[in-house]
Design a protein. Structure first.
Length: 202
């Protein structure tokens, strides 16, 4: 059974493994198309932010899954822009040249911090990834259970996440199975239909 733990610090090799697993699990996703250096910078940002973190699942020392989360998602994104904008721009330059539309999508992602308006304090489950070779083995649920166990629900009202509404039935059913409730459906500026889920203890 994989060991589930929260990273206290992350080496360059660890961040590289997280980025490579992201690429393996999500080969067609937008962030993947921005390249490995971009992903390394992104996940390093979670480790460098005092209100964010990464939970990993390891099987005999091999990374088989991870969760990236933030206790203050709007400020996390603003921190990324403040501290890493030039590096992000450099890392994604090649992808932007190949696909000019990526530039607007990237700016849209960074503007998310201004669009997330919630009155309660909450935890954002930003990314969950499981090695495709061991899907359906319960690793994703184990990582979510671990996240639930470390969230102080007297401080944070719920765990929030967003996922695609279309062509994503398995993932949507996975979140419902793990106790998340559909909060709303919405459409992004690019026309992408999304579901927002919340998990509240009790």
């Amino acid at each position: 059974m994989p060991e589930i733990r929260e990273l206290q610090k992350a080496s360059i090799d660890c961040i590289k493994s997280i980025a490579e697993l992201h690429k393996k699990a999500f080969p067609t996703f937008f962030l993947t198309q921005l390249g490995t250096p971009f992903l390394r910078t992104l996940y390093s940002g979670y480790m460098g932010d005092k209100d964010s973190g990464i939970i990993v699942a390891e099987d005999n020392g091999k990374l088989v899954g991870f969760i990236a989360y933030s206790n203050d998602y709007p400020m996390f994104y603003k921190g990324l822009i403040k501290h890493h904008l030039i590096k992000f721009a450099f890392c994604s330059l090649g992808a932007a040249i190949r696909h000019p539309s990526f530039i607007m999508r990237l700016f849209g992602a960074f503007k998310k911090s201004d669009s997330v308006v919630k009155t309660e304090r909450y935890v954002e489950l930003s990314s969950i990834c499981v090695d495709p070779e061991i899907e359906s083995k319960g690793v994703g649920s184990q990582m979510i259970d671990y996240l639930k166990s470390i969230v102080d629900f007297t401080t944070y009202a719920y765990i929030n996440l967003e996922t695609d509404a279309e062509g994503n039935d398995v993932v949507n059913k996975f979140y419902i199975k793990n106790g998340f409730k559909l909060e709303r459906e919405f459409t992004t500026a690019e026309g992408r239909r999304m579901n927002e889920y919340r998990y509240a203890k009790g």
